[in-house]
Design a binder for this molecule. Structure first.
Ligand code: SF4
Ligand code: SF4
Length: 372
């Protein structure tokens, strides 16, 4: 790993970028990229080079909607064992959080993988519902698990999403004036680089797939900056040690076997066509929404709204930096999060807060750069 963190190489790349006299606004869509960017202070190194990078809808926990959280809360209240990843448990819905319900005696279990959740179902007669979140990175393991036919008391509340439709939606909305995109390494390991080529062609935007080490990201930015300067549109792959153009064919095949795309809304976004993964009919028995249809009817027709001052929607569309939210670090902290971006370890607000820079804006100063 050392060779991907070498300071000297990093300064050489930054030096080259400085010489280019840039004024760029870029976006990435991956929580781990945000972590690398802030943890290693790359954002601060890049600022004087005229490069600003924001995170878009790149955290699976953050883009899960209030409705999906309310579904999980309702099922937990109705006596199901709800199992999910640690970060999901703390996300506030309108009527509380899974962590809060656990405090009131509901059975909410934190698991590290869907396999752990199946393990829980094997050990109990109770109904176990796995709140399945994540992009193309985690969806294959959900698909494989269902193909192995888990026990009948196991089901999933499927909140998996496809990344490329969200990127298209963002570009189509046109609020963020981004000049280039840094595509996520893990997702790309599964989907390959082809889906981005289609995006480049349709929207005329240069993209680079980058890995997660500091030098990966800096090289990714450098490649992107060069493309932008030359007016090139297309896709470059910095993360060749993991990402092939065709992706992981086996993982794509199992996903295709189990899921089909459907129109779904994301937090901060309107309904994004074909961005949700729905279970195919053959797997209906594992679909918590079908199995508990009657119980979930309670939520029908209801609208769920986040805290009125919460700006997670804008953070997720790349319109704001976390400190521009009036609640950041004051009302909203990891101990008392108001929005998911402060809960999830891949959320922009939690990352900004964690690395201790706070960067609270002085009173009266408005957040810079809305709309890029
Ligand atoms: S799942 Fe992987 S690629 Fe997606 S946001 Fe998280 S770290 Fe990035
Ligand atoms: S500071 Fe809190 S409320 Fe504001 S955008 Fe971040 S998570 Fe949402």
């Amino acid at each position: 790993m050392f060779r991907f963190r070498d300071r000297e190489t990093a300064s050489r790349i930054v030096g080259e970028l400085r010489k280019m006299g840039l004024n760029l606004f870029l976006m990435h869509v991956c929580g781990t990229h945000q972590d690398t960017l802030v943890r290693y202070g790359l954002d601060r190194l890049l600022e004087p080079c005229g490069i600003k990078i924001r995170q878009g809808p790149g955290c699976p926990v953050c883009v899960t909607t209030q409705r999906e959280i309310e579904e999980a809360l309702l099922l937990a209240r109705k006596g199901k064992v709800v199992a999910t990843f640690g970060d999901m448990v703390g996300v506030p819905g309108e009527s509380g959080s899974l962590a809060g319900l656990r405090g009131e005696g509901a059975e909410v279990r934190v698991v590290y993988s869907i396999r752990d959740a199946v393990g829980l179902a094997e050990k109990t007669k109770k109904e176990v519902v796995f709140l399945a979140i994540g992009f193309e990175t985690t969806a294959p393991s959900t698909a494989v698990t269902l193909l192995r036919r888990p026990p009948p008391n196991f089901s999933i509340l499927c909140c998996h999403r496809y990344i490329p439709p969200a990127i298209k939606a963002l570009l189509e909305m046109g609020e963020t004036k981004i000049q280039g995109l840094i595509e996520p390494g893990h997702v790309s390991t599964v989907i390959g680089t082809k889906p981005y080529e289609e995006i480049a062609e349709k929207y005329g935007i240069p993209q680079v797939v980058a890995g997660f080490e500091p030098l990966d990201l800096l090289m990714g930015v450098y490649l992107l900056a060069r493309m932008i300067q030359k007016g090139e549109v297309g896709v470059k792959n910095e993360y060749t040690r993991s990402v092939r153009p065709e992706g992981n064919v086996k993982a794509l095949r199992v996903m295709e076997e189990v899921f089909e795309p459907f129109d779904l809304d994301w937090r901060g976004f309107p309904v994004i066509p074909k961005s949700g993964m729905a279970l195919k009919e053959e797997f209906e028995e594992y679909d918590a929404r079908k199995r508990y249809e009657d119980e979930l009817k309670e939520l029908e027709g209801r609208e769920f709204k986040p805290h009125p001052s919460c700006r997670c929607d804008r953070v997720l569309r790349g319109l704001l930096d976390p400190p521009d939210c009036p609640l950041f670090g004051k009302v909203c902290t990891p101990r008392s999060p108001v929005g998911p971006c402060m809960v999830s370890s891949e959320g922009s607000c939690a990352i900004e807060y964690k690395y201790g820079r706070g960067r609270l804006k002085p009173e009266g100063e408005t957040g810079g750069g809305e709309g890029g």
